[in-house]
Design a protein around this ligand. Sequence first.
Ligand code: T46
Length: 134
Amino acid sequence: MDAYIVTFQEHGDERGMLVALEYEKECPFPIKRVYYMYDTRENVRRGYHAHRNLRQMLICVNGSCKIHLDDGEETREIILDTPQKGLYLGKGIWREMYDFTPHAVLISLASELYDESDYIRNYQQFIEERKRDL
Ligand code: T46
């Protein structure tokens, strides 16, 4: 599965912590867009899609959440619970985000601008497209 956790370097001192993310260092793609989810309600599960071309780095900068991943062959459950770790997601991975704690903030660094035609929102369609790609 083209997904992995990246541990970021923390720059901490007596004032607190800072993490910096740069293209080709912590992030393997040029960042074209940033968006974030917050005020997520209890028992909400969101996502339910894959991307045809988009690559992403997901970082839970406050609180925690879980992410279900599926590339058509393998599934994984990831917990993001620290601003020091990011989840890199390559293209063609079905994702569902859930178990957000109150005040959780999930940031996404994205390789592409928003494009609804890049989304596969039907699971059967996703499986068929994955089979065609392999
Ligand atoms: C993803 C996961 C992790 C925009 O207008 N522009 C944007 O850049 C985005 C990301 C969304 N939107 C609109 C489209 C929907 O009307 O915001 C609304 C919520 O988006 P969506 O239902 O796609 O949200 P999630 O949480 O299911 O998925 C989002 C991202 O869309 C997706 O790329 O990988 O977070």
